[in-house]
Design a protein around this ligand. Structure first.
Ligand code: UT7
Length: 318
């Protein structure tokens, strides 16, 4: 039996930091409101010369280095991004060109928005389990600052830019124990981002019915925790770490409560990074790995939720 295993993680955050106090000067908001309602204090903003590809490259190279591998070892590249510079070639193909590894499959996932990394992670896991490939590079890379309306206080305070990467390698033991993916297009109007075209040339900005989305996120992610544990006959007490999508501190707290986990066992980057959409889970994972918090052999639940709606989780023995 072949499984996949996390063999390396990496991340990249742009240098520029935008604080809540900066935002106070841009829209009618306060540091207190943002911290109380979301938990966010700072977010990183990409420089002019940076985009989803440049950030994916930084994160990807860091993950490969951590795995002790080189680009030539990669059997598949998956980039989850809702903010690519081009519809095609995909960010993954542009990255493949930078890595100089023409030939292996490379593709983007954008349909699942903030859940994109979980979708990519699950797909890579399936390919490795079947023996089709031995190593996959899965990246979430987002320049959310280019798709928010900086005059809309209800959304512009929430998002940030960055990239996170994971190298999955073939293993005789799990590794990735199970993945669980869901979607429900009936909630398409709760969170969406229209694309520019010839008829309507400018890409629009993220539209969100925050309050409805909040309730859907708590319910869907709660059910997903139950499903992930039940599928593996595990108890809450078997879980060492929760690595959640970083959208709102109150959602993260609800999930920690659902799993009976103290917040010390939940990886939180939201305060310093905001919501980086599909990059948030690999960014959080990499931080906790590099800080020495997550240790080999520990059991992790990763879970993401976003536009589509789409949501997904993974149970991983690190
Ligand atoms: O990553 C994908 C998944 N994303 C999520 O799951 C996000 C889920 N939703 C949320 O995190 C929260 O709904 C938000 C943080 C987006 C909003 O928090 P909320 O507690 O649901 O606030 P609200 O939308 O109900 O707005 C409450 C009030 C409103 O004023 P009134 O109508 O009560 O007078 C808003 O106009 O807060 C106002 N408001 C603000 N006030 C100060 C909205 N944005 C701001 C702001 N500063 N930035």
């Amino acid at each position: 039996m072949t499984y996949s295993k996390i063999v390396g993680t990496g991340s990249y955050l742009p240098e520029k930091v935008l604080t809540n106090f900066d935002l106070e000067k841009m829209v009618e908001t306060t540091n207190e409101w943002i911290v109380e309602r979301t938990g966010i204090r700072n977010r990183h903003i990409a420089a002019e010369h940076e985009d989803a590809v440049t950030m994916a490259e930084e994160a990807g190279r860091a993950a490969l280095k951590a795995a002790g591998l080189t680009p030539a070892d990669i059997g598949m590249i998956i980039v989850a991004s809702t903010t690519p510079s081009m519809v095609f070639p995909s960010t993954a193909c542009l990255l493949q060109e930078r890595f100089g590894i023409a030939g292996c499959p490379a593709f983007d996932l954008n349909a699942s928005a903030c859940a994109g990394f979980m979708y990519g992670f699950s797909i890579a896991d399936q390919f490795i389990r079947t023996g089709a490939i031995k190593t996959a590079l899965v990246i979430g890379s987002e320049v959310m600052s280019r798709v928010v309306d900086w005059k809309d206080r209800s959304t512009c305070v929430l998002f940030g830019d960055g990239a996170g990467a994971v190298v999955l390698g073939a293993s005789k033991e799990p590794g990735v124990v199970s993945t669980h993916l869901h979607a429900d297009g009936t909630h398409k109007d709760v969170l969406y981002l229209p694309l520019g075209n010839k008829k309507s040339p400018n890409i629009e900005s993220v539209k969100m019915l925050g309050n409805q989305l909040f309730k859907l996120a708590v319910n869907s992610l709660g059910d997903l925790c139950d499903e992930t544990l039940a599928a593996n006959n595990l108890q809450k007490s078997d879980i060492d770490w929760l690595i959640p999508h970083q959208a709102n501190m109150r959602i993260i707290q609800a999930m920690a409560k659902k799993l009976d986990l103290p917040l010390e066992r939940v990886v939180i980057t939201l305060d310093e990074q905001g919501n980086t959409s599909s990059a948030s889970i690999p960014l959080a994972l990499d931080k906790a790995v590099r800080d020495g918090q997550i240790k080999r052999g520990q059991m992790l639940i990763m879970e993401g939720f976003g536009g589509g709606l789409a949501w997904g989780s993974a149970l991983v023995k690190y």
